[in-house]
Design a protein around this ligand. Structure first.
Ligand SMILES: O=C(CO)[C@@H](O)[C@H](O)[C@H](O)[C@H](O)COP(=O)(O)O
Ligand SMILES: O=C[C@H](O)COP(=O)(O)O
Length: 958
């Protein structure tokens, strides 16, 4: 009996298999298909690989081995797919050779995340082709606009290319043109063209699925039975008609004199390859897209079920060229019904890229998950070199054990931290974060559904409007993971500086932006103002639909919750009330923005869960990952090493922003506190006093090695050094939990309540008073001037002025201020100015100069952001801070709807309120007004600091 699969070849059609999985080789099934069914090639795509790799255990051993060898997720992916493609290509090689390169090809697609990136596609295609190093491999490139030039270039470079995701005849023709141009370039350069293989994968069934859906709706709407019938008759017609038109173009193009010239040099036609040829509508024959598309110089790539169906009951015949002239009628009828076919094919292209990308991302995440399981656990990745402090830390761990602190912590006993009834009330309502990871793991589905809704609504940006605990985690995640393909870009606004607001304005279109108003209390001034400002702007473009561009994250029953309901917000995420701001990273506050930006929330929470387990009640202090960090910080702080210096290289360099708030706000009170130092560059051991402990947190396989020598030198100089090596950036989930757990442990050891922030309110109250003064009088009282000149003005309160000893120029005021720094102090630069790369670089240069000249720890913080972070420590912590507040004039101010004050006035009030809080405590502080020229002013401050005579590490100063 003849085999219908083999018969297709006598009509000029090659059957390829649209499938790959390791079992095909292991069972010998592929070899059998080639031998017995005349299979002549094979195609893969990201969805096929995703199903193969995640759906069987065949790949696990290889992934585990590669992970243990230190390979990244991407390297593992390439290794696995390259192995499969190579294996298949080797099985097809005899056919390739015997047909002189006509058939026997196996295709591997470039990452679909490169579909809009011409250069990236070219680079990756060349890498894959050369790594495979086999003549019968085709690299698949999507037929996007950006894919077309890549196709031409790759053909010209001598690669075999399978062009995928072609839906329209117009795009098909562009693909053929790119192929021919590529060949012409080669021929002109005198290179051979007889061994270049290429197919154009024209997608079939998806056309019917999309058109039929529209026809079904129209049929439902139609009342006239004849009309209904006419519409019904068009179902299942568009895909084949479209393919026939593409085939007509194929013939015209490849029978043209232009191609004839190439043919004479050995060129082969670029065969149309029918893809997406399994039947989707069960009411159609299961071999519909095989029967109708049989013709010379074509390929049909069939999934296994269609191969089996055709073998079983396929009847071959030359149908493709039948009724070609009737194909245009189908489109004329669709047009008459109002169906825009171009729109259909455009959408199919976009959806096709999106769906391959989604498969690819899911696959990478699955590999990552598997990789994680084979990698060292938290314990093995944490190393601490404590030197002479080892005994102190052991004693602290014993103290924790004897007081049963860990079990009591998990039992949520407020008495661990305070005997005071007021404190206990706060603590009892602040420990929800301990178990929020479990809760959030149950909400992943809800979060992902929301992200899909946001994606489908076409938002280009998502902007978090919030402060401190409600914005810092999203800021870290945004900086770490960056824009994800097909998801809105995440931005965070946590500044009232007009230039910062304008910088966001410049980037977004309110009509295409999702605003995430994030405020635990729901009444914090800044998010309230941001909300008002952007709601007004959005109303101007969307009218009473503006609420659809807003979501809120807030506690139950807050002012924000009722406003969100009033304004018709798209959604309100009601967070758990028993989680304080700085402990809310793993709750809705961190996870909603992360999911909306397309982040891998599953993995992040899984990593947090692993950290939770490593801190569990049953794990004794010495082995308890979080308790150990807490014991080290607490014990060292008690020994005067209270400056925890974080070294966090890219890609997680922003992590310090988040940890800084957690530690400073939790421990900086009642004259005590641990001072987090983040973002300070590493220096020579001689610039550090004996008040430091260093914490390196880096991602394995990145640039950690660059820091090794410096960290070792610090260790040798007697500084305690902790190392945390993350397997990948997604381990931030682990860090979030670990530091949340460690900080209250350290707090217990130094004797404070880590869950309140008694002095934050004070600056907020000052701000309110100053704003009232402004609305009543139209101005803000200024601080007294100390010195003025060269564009800079130095201002401060009476006590500080006296301490500066009659200085007359800004330079001398700055150096005199530096002269007040003593051993064990920290120098804090608090800048209420916009953050640009140039400004940030100058601020860091000033900071480094201060550290190196005065030999003290330094911090920097953009206002008003730091008021919700290190601001608590500045006021409530030890009197070891020396402050340099920087302000400037605003080149452009931004009015606030419904208020008499502007963003600029609000920022000025916040800066003054902050200064007054420091002043009322007799803190050493000056303000420098940079005037209109921020960059110029910063350069002058830098020069002044550089003039400072300096100190040697640890030297006491007056
Ligand atoms: O593009 C090629 C071959 O070049 C195919 O692998 C192609 O990706 C597949 O046929 C389709 O993705 C399958 O689509 P569908 O049947 O799921 O609609
Ligand atoms: O850290 C928290 C900030 O002070 C903001 O508070 P909020 O979330 O209540 O607006």
């Amino acid at each position: 009996m003849s085999n219908p699969l083999i018969e297709l070849h006598s009509f000029g059609q090659s059957v390829w298999l649209d499938q790959i999985e390791r079992a095909l080789f292991k069972t010998g099934k592929l070899a059998k298909l080639i031998k017995e069914d005349g299979l002549r090639g094979m195609t893969s795509n990201p969805t096929i690989f995703e199903k193969a790799i995640t759906g069987s255990s065949d790949y696990q051993e290889q992934i585990d081995r590669a992970a243990r060898d230190g390979k990244t997720g991407n390297e593992i992916y390439e290794e696995v797919v390259i192995d499969d493609i190579a294996h298949a290509a080797d099985l097809f090689r005899p056919l390739y050779d015997s047909t002189n390169g006509e058939d026997g090809f196996v295709s591997l697609e470039v990452s679909p995340l490169l579909a809009k990136n011409t250069d990236g596609t070219i680079r990756e295609a060349k890498t894959l082709f050369s790594r495979l190093n086999r003549p019968n491999v085709m690299i698949k490139v999507p037929a996007t606009e950006e894919g077309l030039p890549a196709i031409e270039e790759l053909i010209a470079s001598g690669l075999n290319i399978n062009v995928t995701l072609i839906f329209s005849v117009h795009r098909y023709e562009e693909v053929a043109e790119a192929y021919i141009r590529g060949l012409e370039r080669r021929a002109q350069a005198g290179q051979p063209i007889d061994r270049i293989g290429s197919v154009a994968s024209f997608f079939v069934s998806r056309i019917d699925s999309a058109v039929d859906k529209q026809l079904e709706a129209l049929e439902k709407e139609a009342t006239d039975p004849a009309k209904k019938q006419e519409i019904h008759a068009l179902r299942g017609k568009a895909a084949i008609a479209n393919a026939k038109l593409a085939y007509a173009s194929f013939k015209r193009i490849f029978e043209s004199p232009r191609f004839e010239a190439l043919k004479r040099k050995g060129a082969r036609v670029q065969r149309p390859l029918w893809a997406s040829t399994s039947t989707k509508d069960p009411s159609y024959p299961d071999v519909l897209y095989v029967t109708e598309l049989i013709g010379p110089h074509t390929v049909n790539t069939l999934p296994p079920a269609t191969v089996d169906a055709w073998r079983d009951h396929g009847v071959a015949g030359a149908h493709l060229e039948k009724d070609m002239d009737k194909a245009p009628d189908v489109f004329a009828k669709l047009k008459a019904l109002g169906i825009d076919f171009n729109k259909v094919t455009d959408k199919l292209t976009t959806d096709g890229v999106r769906s391959f990308s989604a498969s690819f991302v899911d696959l990478m995440r699955a590999i990552e998950q598997r990789r994680e399981m084979s990698l060292p656990g938290i314990k093995e990745r944490h190393v601490s070199a404590l030197g002479k402090y080892e005994g102190d830390v052991q004693a602290a761990l014993q103290e924790l054990g004897s007081k049963n602190v860990i079990q009591r912590f998990w039992n949520k006993e407020a008495a661990v931290w305070s005997a005071d009834a007021g404190d206990q009330k706060i603590i009892n309502n602040a420990l929800g974060w301990l178990t929020v990871t479990d809760l959030m793991q149950g909400k992943v589905k809800e979060l992902k559904a929301f992200a899909a809704e946001v994606q489908a609504a076409g938002f280009k940006h998502a902007v978090v409007l919030g402060m401190g605990g409600s914005s810092l985690c999203p800021e870290v995640l945004r900086q770490t993971f960056g824009k994800q393909l097909d998801y809105p870009e995440l931005l965070v606004l946590d500044s009232t500086v007009p230039a910062a607001v304008l910088a966001i304005d410049k980037q977004i279109d309110p009509a295409k932006t999702l605003f995430i108003v994030a405020s635990k209390s729901g009444s914090t001034t800044e998010p309230q103002m941001f909300y008002r400002y952007y709601f007004e702007k959005t109303k101007q473009v969307l009218g009473d639909k503006a609420g659809q561009n807003f979501v809120a994250i807030t506690d139950p029953n807050t002012q924000l919750e009722s406003e969100a309901k009033r304004d018709g917000f798209r959604k309100v995420f009601t967070n758990m009330a028993d989680i304080g701001g700085r402990y809310s990273a793993l709750s809705y506050f961190g996870m909603v923005p992360f999911t909306v930006m397309g982040g891998d929330v599953d993995s992040l929470l899984r990593r947090a869960k692993a950290a939770m387990d490593a801190c569990a009640a049953g794990v004794e202090p010495a082995n308890n990952a979080g308790a150990k960090i807490g014991a080290i910080l607490g014990a060292l702080a008690r020994k005067g090493r209270d400056k925890v210096t974080f070294v966090t290289p890219p890609p997680i360099s922003s992590l310090g922003l988040w940890i800084e708030q957690l530690i400073a706000e939790s421990t900086g009170k009642h004259g005590k506190g641990i001072v987090p130092i983040s973002g300070e560059s590493l220096g020579d051991p001689k610039v550090y006093g004996d008040d430091r402990v260093f914490v390196y947190i880096g991602v394995s396989g990145t640039n950690g090695a660059n820091y090794e020598a410096q960290l070792q030198a610090l260790e040798q100089a007697g500084h305690p050094v902790l190392h945390h090596v993350l397997n990948s950036p997604i381990d931030l989930g682990e860090e979030f939990f670990l530091w949340e757990f460690a900080t209250p442990i350290a707090g217990e050891l130094i004797g404070i309540n880590p869950f309140d922030q008694p002095n934050v309110q004070e600056s907020k109250d000052n701000t309110k008073r100053i704003l009232k003064e402004y609305t009543d009088t139209g101005k803000i009282t200024q601080l007294p001037e100390v010195a003025e000149g060269d564009g800079l003005t130095v201002l401060t309160d009476e006590n500080n002025r006296k301490a500066l000893n009659g200085v007359s120029t800004p330079d001398s005021a700055i150096t005199a201020h530096l002269g007040r720094v003593q051993k064990g102090d920290y120098f804090a630069i608090t800048q209420y100015i916009e953050e640009t790369p140039e400004i940030e670089s100058l601020v860091q240069q000033i900071r480094t100069a201060v550290r190196d000249k005065a030999c003290v720890a330094t911090t920097t913080g953009y206002g008003p952001r730091f008021l919700h972070s290190t601001g608590q420590l500045h006021k409530g912590g030890p009197d070891s801070g020396v402050f340099l507040q920087l302000i400037s004039n605003d080149a452009q101010d931004v009015p606030l709807p419904g208020e008499k004050f502007t963003f600029g006035v609000l920022k000025d009030a916040q800066a003054l309120g902050d200064f007054e809080s420091l002043s009322s405590r007799g803190r050493r502080a000056i303000r420098v007004n940079l005037g209109n020229n921020i960059v110029g002013g910063l350069k002058k401050i830098l020069a002044a600091v550089q003039q400072f005579e300096g100190a040697t590490a640890g030297a006491a100063r007056k």
